[in-house]
Design a protein around this ligand. Sequence first.
Ligand code: SIN
Length: 569
Amino acid sequence: MTSTGIRLHAPAPGWSIDADVVVVGSGVAGLTAALRCEAAGLTTVVVTKARLDDGSTRWAQGGIAAALGEGDTPEQHLDDTLVAGAGLCDEEAVRILVTEGPDAVRRLIATGAHFDESSEGGLALTREGGHHRRRIAHAGGDATGAEISRALVEAVRARGLRTIENALVLDLLTDADGRTAGVTLHVMGEGQHDGVGAVHAPAVVLATGGMGQVFSATTNPAVSTGDGVALALRAGAEVSDLEFVQFHPTVLFLGPEAEGQQPLVSEAVRGEGAHLVDADGVRFMQGQHELGELAPRDIVAKGIMRRMREQDTEHMYLDARHFGAEMWERRFPTILAACRAHGIDPVTEPVPVAPAAHYASGGVRTDSQGRTTVPGLYACGEVACTGVHGANRLASNSLLEGLVYAERIATDIADAGNTRHARLPQPLPAAERPAHPLLPPEARFTIQRIMTRGAGVLRSEASLSEAAQRLHRLHADARDALDENGKTAEPGVDTWEATNLLCVARVLVAAALRREETRGCHWREDRPERDDTNWRRHIVVRLNPDRTLAAHTTDTTDFPPTLPQPQEQ
Ligand code: SIN
């Protein structure tokens, strides 16, 4: 790989620092990678977009899945993960997850995370969709992510790791051979490092989380704008499986016009016995799957959408009145508070719920050590596509994946000859790479509406084609203004974010259009069947230096020894 990629239009870096490793993102994956790299003696810098605890991890409710319960085994966890992944999981990647997972959770506990315990002692374990056993460890009832985040942030502070908050990563720096040389970033601070700068490092770990903000309504926080995937694409890395966006079935319904981050109603509520009902009180998931309301997430989301269509309504209901006030307060305090804040009392009334964008099952393509197709660039957590999730992530596997693969990345970086004494690669001056045109800030909302309408839970060739055309128009207008008149929107956080959103939206729609079948969380109304003959394959995309997309398909998650000839989109 010798491509040096393209870059966002941005001022030249005005300051720089050196490190052995720069970790971008501060969720479970990023902070675990950073702590392990630091423990291996590597000078590690954590760069994060807002504050250290502001990413998606903090919002995780249900918990972390691992075969920790009596009678449970990694093999059973593997089986459930493969079934949820609808034929597209990389079995080896899943095997790593489920076998290394239990010890990774124990190490997390040793780092300081406190999980809920049962009355008999030991971890309290619950169930979620697709799991045949109770294997979800949780904390603070339904505040698992917040507790994990607290413990890891405290550990990072206690170890004195260097952190740069309020910093939007812009682009990967590479040397003349295409090797990673660090990142450029924009810091919104007042200190010594303000504005656009660079962290030079021979290893970069992307742990930037998801891209839920590409849709109008999502469970993801405002920072989830696909920055890591967009950066990787500009750097010439491959991304895979982007069409598999998981829509969480039970998100609090706040009205058809609700936009931005919406309150999640954890699957664990169903795991503890809540019922999904329609407006007539009928439990419509019964008989649709052997696990009923606890079927894998894609099946429940589809069941809800079908019923909404049949009844011409905008939501269904989650009924857990039978829990009573004491159980709601003890087991689900966060959800109870969120519902009550919106005028709904789950103790006395069913909760209106509808699906919303929740998790990117695909992302930057990695091998089992978290290496991407660009030397020195790693990815873990939601931004990565390790092959674990296939066409649909199993509930509560994401925190575990973040932990397990972050640890593997740190081991790989440390084993790769300890970069500490290696000469830092000389980054190419940014100006030598073609610049990507910027979109104006308001384009964010246009993109969200296009994506929600054309590439939401229900998709078809017609809806996706229209979305592709409208996204292409946005891209072409920005490109022509830059190429013909040298004009582009003013660089700034809002414009960089909007540009990243467009970049990931284009790839997502191109892949969804190309996948002519229904599988996992990709639901094509015009192709309602799963097509194992033609589509038990991954769609892999990269960005050409002229900013067009190149895509190929592969039936394996291994990197091919030589990259196949790209096909223009
Ligand atoms: C939930 O609590 O339902 C979400 C957990 C997950 O996304 O894995």
